[in-house]
Design a binder for this molecule. Structure first.
Ligand SMILES: CC(C)(COP(=O)([O-])OP(=O)([O-])OC[C@H]1O[C@@H](n2cnc3c(N)ncnc32)[C@H](O)[C@@H]1OP(=O)([O-])[O-])[C@@H](O)C(=O)NCCC(=O)NCCSC(=O)C[C@@](C)(O)CC(=O)[O-]
Ligand SMILES: NC(=O)C1=CN([C@@H]2O[C@H](COP(=O)(O)OP(=O)(O)OC[C@H]3O[C@@H](n4cnc5c(N)ncnc54)[C@H](O)[C@@H]3O)[C@@H](O)[C@H]2O)C=CC1
Length: 422
């Protein structure tokens, strides 16, 4: 069989058959074959296409994340060492000053139906405006259950963009992530427009969720900022410098925002939400004034550090894989979150906690001091340390002034030599 022949119709096979073909084509060892089979789940094959196995990621928790006076234990799924430690660090310090305050936000998704403006855009816009109620009726008829539970398509916004006109359907998707609901509604309106002779370019949800903005603020007392070497006021000043830098330099802003998304993505995965949707919305929002900027702002007000963040947070507690994955369900038991609004408030707060921990580290010891210590386990495993050797190697690495792969290999060899001499 040629390299491409076996791939034809691959999706029609069972996961067992797919694994067998891959094993044959790529000469997988028996250990590799067992790994693929052992990690496989029934659910996976129902969620994605060409399924062969489940790829697992570590899950940890942030404890004592205080939002609007309530303390949360929030599961996080992430592969990077130090992210969960930093989240806990940030949450713990900010909790001492009262925690996060999350505003109650309105929530609507945007379903875009984009048409060609044609030769007479003014006439077309007038016609669209006259038909707004019809569009809402068509959208709601396409997914009636949403209106029944108090949501549904609520408003139409018409925008001229280049040679196109976007008919934005503002849709309240209640407790869901809502992408499929919105797409169903948008396509129904598109169908109606096509039947009326209008050239529809596309009908799809927009991930630029500016109608689902979540704002969170917090205060941190100087005493909770101080390190052994630096007093709290100095740490606060340095954090403000970093915040201002992220407003003027896109190179720094991108990393600043990566620090925020470290926590947000991890919480999104653990809560079964679509992290690509939140990622794309967050970065688009960071560029809203024509320049990419940091999503959070830190200021000194009345001898305290004050932080704030606003970003699109159209998360849901229903829909997608949320109800299907039993670990996701368990995570909702742990976080105790029942509504999409609460989830948006808590995840945004986590983003600010994560950002705070990272920039406090940058303002004081630098990132490597805390971050690298927590990378030592991964480093030990990457140079071949066995489970019984990891702890010993981590201890030795912590005593070094400089650590890299070569150092780790050398120390591992020393450990092995010492144990063979015993
Ligand atoms: C790493 C720490 C937390 C050490 O921080 P530390 O000051 O050595 O920690 P500590 O011993 O003083 O402990 C303070 C609290 O941190 C938490 N904590 C402390 N250690 C752990 C741990 N092992 N596991 C879980 N939680 C931990 C824990 O809550 C603890 O409180 P306690 O429980 O003792 O009352 C700190 O240096 C830190 O927050 N650094 C930031 C690390 C970070 O942001 N990593 C992400 C990767 S870097 C990146 O991706 C983006 C970035 C950073 O470049 C973004 C940017 O530039 O803005
Ligand atoms: N651009 C994007 O972001 C896109 C994302 N997606 C994917 O779409 C999925 C999410 O779509 P959804 O429409 O949320 O999922 P979904 O298709 O499962 O819809 C949610 C369902 O839950 C029902 N429901 C029951 N109780 C509800 C309540 N209290 N509030 C709201 N709905 C309730 C709704 O009627 C609806 O049928 C995710 O898997 C996402 O990755 C799909 C296309 C594009």
């Amino acid at each position: 069989m040629s390299k491409t022949q076996w791939a034809h119709g691959f999706y029609r096979l069972t996961p067992e058959q797919r694994r067998q073909i891959l094993a044959d084509q790529y000469y997988l060892s028996s250990t590799e074959q067992s790994l693929l089979a052992e990690q496989a789940s029934k659910l996976g094959n129902n969620l994605v296409e060409n399924y062969i196995t489940d790829y697992s990621l570590p899950e940890g928790v942030v404890t004592g994340l205080v939002v609007n006076g309530k303390s949360y234990t929030l599961p996080l799924v992430v592969e990077e060492p130090s992210v969960i430690a930093a989240a806990n660090n940030g949450a713990r310090r900010i909790a001492k000053s009262g925690g996060f305050y999350a505003e109650t936000s309105s929530r609507a998704l945007v379903g875009q139906v984009v048409i060609d403006q044609g030769e007479d855009p003014v006439k077309k816009i007038n016609w669209l405006k006259k038909n707004e109620t019809t569009f809402l009726e068509i959208a709601n008829a396409a997914h009636p259950s949403m209106k029944k539970r108090g949501g549904g398509a609520k408003k139409v916004r018409i925008r001229q963009v280049g040679r196109f006109i976007s008919i934005d359907l503002l849709i309240d998707v209640c407790q869901a992530m809502g992408a499929n609901t919105v797409n169903t509604m948008a396509e129904a309106v598109a169908h109606y427009l096509t039947e009326n002779g209008i050239n529809v370019v596309t009908a799809i949800l927009s991930n630029y969720a500016t109608d689902s903005l979540q704002t969170v603020t917090c205060k941190v007392a100087y005493r909770d900022l101080a390190t052994k070497q630096m007093d709290g006021a100095e740490v606060a000043r340095r954090i403000v410098d970093l915040s201002e830098l992220a407003q003027v330099d896109p190179y720094r802003a991108t990393t600043h925002n990566k620090g925020i998304m470290n926590g947000i993505d991890a919480a999104m995965i653990a809560s079964g939400n679509d992290w690509r949707a939140i990622e794309s919305g967050a970065h688009a929002y960071a560029s809203r004034n024509g320049q990419y900027r940091g999503l959070s702002i830190w200021k000194i007000i009345d001898n305290q550090l004050e932080g704030s963040i606003t970003l699109p947070m159209p998360v849901g507690v229903i829909g997608g894989s949320i109800g299907l994955n039993s670990l996701t369900k368990l995570n909702y038991h742990l976080n105790g979150i029942e509504t999409a609004q609460e989830l948006a408030a808590v995840i945004t707060s986590l983003g600010l906690a994560q950002n705070f921990a990272a920039i406090r580290a940058l303002a004081t010891t630098g990132i490597q001091a805390g971050h690298m210590k927590l990378q030592y386990r991964s480093l030990a495993i990457s140079v071949g340390a066995k489970q019984t050797e990891v702890e010993q190697l981590v201890t030795k690495l912590s005593q070094q002034s400089h650590v890299d792969q070569e150092v780790a290999k050398r120390l591992l060899a020393t450990i092995r030599k010492e144990s063979s001499n015993e």
